[in-house]
Design a protein around this ligand. Structure first.
Ligand code: SF4
Ligand code: SF4
Ligand code: FES
Length: 231
């Protein structure tokens, strides 16, 4: 197959042999190991756990270690580039700092009330809150949803689907003690109300998470808090 790799402003062409069950990450690794050792790209686990291998493949953001070439090849050709909406460090490697800074801005870390000396909290798997938290918890921080979101392109300050999904997951966690602060953090202009419900994040998330649903939950929670005068 022909593979075009975006390197800065240029597209570099490579010829790569096909194999059964070949993934896009296998293709990039072949290029780097056999054809051009200067190609920069990022991966760690190769099994869909670490979230570090996401790239733009034939126009769409994807996790490359779990994307089979057969599924995405068009006219025996692949075009591979870095993720959209993030600064490029080199070739296929993007700078994820802004992405994770937004998780922090959205209150994306857990703060509980118990210490290591207390018993485990028990939250029923059947409770509404637990179901809402479970729906978003498997996020691997790959940035695919963030690259797919047009609002992030228009407004680089927008917290984006992954940070807001994280915020909603924690808002649904009954053990967390920071609900009021987190709600304030996501209520501003760059927060949940900036989402236009385009659904691109939900369509593209490789873990089948719906950041759109989480953002809708945040909008409802912000509205409720505003009505009660709690914001
Ligand atoms: S639903 Fe919201 S966060 Fe998701 S892609 Fe659309 S605008 Fe972005
Ligand atoms: S919500 Fe999905 S697409 Fe977005 S960072 Fe998490 S796993 Fe990746
Ligand atoms: S290499 Fe870890 S998710 Fe792809």
């Amino acid at each position: 197959m022909k593979v075009f790799v975006k390197r800065g402003e240029a597209l570099q062409e490579f010829e790569v042999p096909r194999h059964p069950s070949q993934t896009v990450l296998d293709v990039v690794t072949y290029i780097q190991r056999a054809l051009d050792p200067t190609l920069a790209y990022r991966f760690a686990c190769r099994v869909g756990m670490c979230g570090s291998c996401a790239m733009t493949v034939n126009g769409a953001p994807r996790w490359t270690c779990r994307t089979h070439v057969d599924r995405v090849l068009k006219d025996e050709t692949l075009e591979i580039g870095p993720l959209r909406n993030l600064p490029v460090i080199r070739d296929l490697v993007t700078d994820m700092r802004g992405f994770f800074d937004k998780w922090e801005r959205a209150g994306g870390h857990f703060e509980g009330a118990r210490t290591r000396h207390d018993d485990f909290a028990r939250v029923s798997p059947a409770s509404r809150e637990r179901e809402a938290a479970d729906a978003g918890i498997e996020c691997i921080g790959c940035g695919v949803c963030y690259a797919a979101c047009d609002v992030v392109s228009w407004n680089p300050d927008y917290l984006g689907p992954a940070a807001l999904n994280r915020a909603w997951t924690l808002m649904s966690d009954v053990r967390d003690t920071q609900h009021a602060q987190r709600l304030r953090a996501v209520a501003g202009d760059a927060g949940c109300h900036a989402c236009h419900t385009h659904m691109s994040c939900t369509e593209r998330c490789p873990k089948h998470i719906s950041p759109t649903a989480g953002i809708a939950g945040l909008k409802r929670a912000v509205a409720k808090a505003a009505m009660k005068g709690d914001l």
